[in-house]
Design a protein around this ligand. Sequence first.
Ligand code: UD1
Ligand code: CA
Length: 462
Amino acid sequence: MTALDVVIMAAGKGTRMKSRLPKVLHRLAGRALVQHVIDTVTQLEARRVVVVTGHGAGDVEAALAEAGVESATFVRQEPQLGTGHAVQQAVPVLGDDGVVLVLNGDVPLIQAGTLQALIDRCGGKRLALLSVDMPDPTGYGRIVRSGDAVWSIIEHKDADERQREINEIYTGVMAVPAPMLKRWLAKLTNNNSQGEYYLTDIVRMAVKDGADVVSMKTLDGVQVDGVNSPLQLAELERAFQRRQAHTLMDQGVRISDPARFDMRGKLECGQDVEIDVNCIFEGKVVLGNGVRIGAHCIVANARIEDGARIMPFTHIDGERLGVTVGEDAVVGPFARLRPGASLGVDVHVGNFVEVKNATMARGSKANHLAYLGDTTVGERVNYGAGAITANYDGASKHRTVIGDDVHVGSNSVLVAPVNIGAGGTVGAGSVITKDTPAGARSVSRARQASIGNWERPKKGGQ
Ligand code: UD1
Ligand code: CA
């Protein structure tokens, strides 16, 4: 097997994005465009992956480092004098043998199978170009043939009327033997309408040298579509989401409308999972057998066990700590589960209830307007409407522990650190600052008083 080096060009400005963010850092399905390309390349087992940065180089390099990309070598292209100039910058870190695969950092949906087929066509001895037919090829480099043989690539701006009628365009992806590439790059000039060093000029050189040039046409336009504008970014996002939705549906997941489904990360689903419209999944999410997700939910970094139901408009984000929802639990509508929320079997968390860094054991319920932060809740607890754990004293967080079978009355405040003994009852409206004994009824509100024959003040003061 010939060694493979990959060059990803990511130095361009991306003027049409009209953004301060370098183009290749714009996100598709939650990941930077260039990261999609790097992820795909990982499947090819390359010897080296070189990313050419220029515009916003520091930002691009920092973002990829932060995303944990360790496999790439960065070279800088400053100033940016064209695609040929970009690849020239990579030459010192490329091997002298093997094959070089050139990719664009702003073409996120290219697939490994397509790249491997192109590398195979190159076979260590041919210049292999990836092309596609475009109904409107304006702006692209055209594949010019003489008979069947590829003769050159002519850039749109340098093409004449007849050449502009060619619909087969160069996608920006090529596989080329390293020694040939190095030889041809050294001879590039910028005598063209844009005054740029065109990588595509090596085709003409290859033909002149008598080297084989082949073009492999892909029928899947989405794979080679680049992102130049917010509209194209949104279109590719939809295409990507549709692809992901179809993959899940092929596995049996019932997605109400694949056009209203967004997955920005990994989603693992058991059998008989149902997902209603307008849900967003982020990070790593696992849905067990028979899980149903209602409309308009956001679920990030969470594990939802078998049979659990997430009702509409629920927001779950486990961030780094994760969230777990136990078997047959019911969450929402309008619930919010934050990092470290861990709900047991049959737990119910209802509308406008926020749970953070808290465990609720089997069968416990917090159904309305409540907050549970830094709390351990036992089994079969009923946590009343409007009850709050006051977990933060302005400096540090403290824990509340609620034993099994406790009943916390509505509108209570449990001031942490505090323990509510098992089987106890907290009277509605209490502010609990001291531990309560097991089995006791604890009340801390003022005793009710009634003043007889009370006359309300009247308007005008009489
Ligand atoms: C290039 C091809 C064209 C092809 C098109 C496909 C050349 C000369 N032309 O067009 O035949 O149809 O891609 O999209 O290669 N870049 C750098 N440094 C530079 C210039 C560009 O890194 O100095 C990067 C860009 O960030 C981008 C890629 O190269 O990722 C392509 O650049 P772009 O300007 O979009 O393509 P064109 O040169 O117009
Ligand atoms: Ca250009």
